[in-house]
Write a protein that binds this ligand. Structure first.
Ligand SMILES: *[C@@H]1O[C@H](CO)[C@@H](O)[C@H](O)[C@H]1NC(C)=O
Ligand SMILES: *[C@@H]1O[C@H](CO)[C@@H](O)[C@H](O)[C@H]1NC(C)=O
Length: 295
């Protein structure tokens, strides 16, 4: 190939490969359950939890790598017992999953954000933090960034968690299964608030989570049998090569930059309330990835 034609290939590839960069609910998502608990209010989408049901939606497509974001305003007032979740997940017993779970609390008490990472069907990697703002007063952006090097959880672009690829240490990393994007609200008063001691007070129902601005900038995988399971085809399709370059494969995306590292350190020092990596009662042997994590 001449220099010119490879350059041309680069730009053609950049435009043509299946990157879905969109920000419209109807285009990207569909209700998954309790359609009658969805309220469309102009540009806002509200999901309602009452004593009959919660509600949830999922992406129409599956994706590998890229970034997904939502803007979310959490249940106001007494939200104890409720959980609102935003997550990516593949399917099947060996599924991978990246979770944000917002755990409601009594009026005036801080919301906790729990994150978790499942690899090959195994989770147990919870971290919890209190946010540095009241997430029920305004919309804030919650994002998951995913490439072959790391999974990063972000709140208003501030990284709150990084799950690093440590395959060179023999630790499996989720990068072979296409994932859907999901969100839901449900009653979890058996565990969500202060370990289940505080129950949902149904006299405060309905509990409403409000969404706007849905963004998915990721490699879209064809829907079908192959997309639900681990598919080498999808992995290949969604990886940069000679003739196509994805922004999430840029060298600068392979780890946090200095500013982001400082932000993460600040979050961990000031807002972290639980980290499975330091829970020696639960894990007498420190989980392998914790030993190697720099953070
Ligand atoms: C749900 O709550 C409403 C209003 O408080 C009440 O009238 C109704 O009986 C409840 N239903 C169930 C199934 O608990
Ligand atoms: C709720 O508030 C209490 C008291 O401030 C706090 O200890 C707890 O972590 C908060 N979050 C949850 C989910 O219980």
């Amino acid at each position: 190939m001449t220099k010119m034609s490879s350059l041309l290939g680069f730009f053609v590839g950049l435009v043509l490969v299946g990157v879905a960069a969109s920000s419209n609910f109807e285009e990207l998502y569909q209700p998954a359950w309790a359609f009658d608990h969805f309220i469309h209010d102009g540009e806002l989408l509200k999901l309602k939890l009452d004593n009959y049901s919660g509600a949830g939606f999922g992406s129409k497509s599956k994706y590998m790598f890229g970034k997904v974001s939502i803007q979310l305003k959490l249940v106001e007032g007494d939200s104890a017992g409720t959980v609102t979740a935003f997550y990516m997940s593949s399917e099947g017993p060996n599924h991978n999953e990246f979770d944000f779970e917002f755990l409601g609390n009594s009026t005036g008490e801080p919301y906790s954000v729990q994150t978790n990472v499942y690899v090959n069907g195994v989770g147990n990697r919870e971290q919890r933090l209190d946010l540095w703002f009241d997430p029920t007063k305004d919309f804030h952006t919650y994002s998951i960034f995913w490439n072959q090097r790391q999974v990063v959880f972000l709140v208003d672009e501030t990284p709150i968690r990084v799950h690093t690829n440590l395959e060179h240490k023999g630790i499996p990393f989720p990068k072979d299964q296409a994932m859907g994007v999901y969100s839901s609200i449900w009653n979890a008063d058996d565990w969500a608030t202060q370990g289940g001691r505080v129950k949902t007070d149904w006299s405060h129902a309905p509990f409403i989570a409000t969404y706007k601005d849905f963004t998915i900038d990721a490699c879209e995988c064809p829907v079908g049998v192959s997309s639900s399971a681990a598919s080498p085809e999808n992995a290949k399709r969604c990886s940069s090569s000679e003739d196509k370059k994805y922004w999430w494969d840029e060298p600068t995306m392979s780890e946090l930059n200095l500013h982001q590292s400082h932000q993460l350190m600040w979050v961990r020092a000031n807002h972290m309330v639980y980290d499975y990596c330091t829970d020696t009662a639960r894990f007498p042997v420190t989980p392998a990835e914790c030993v190697h994590h720099r953070h």
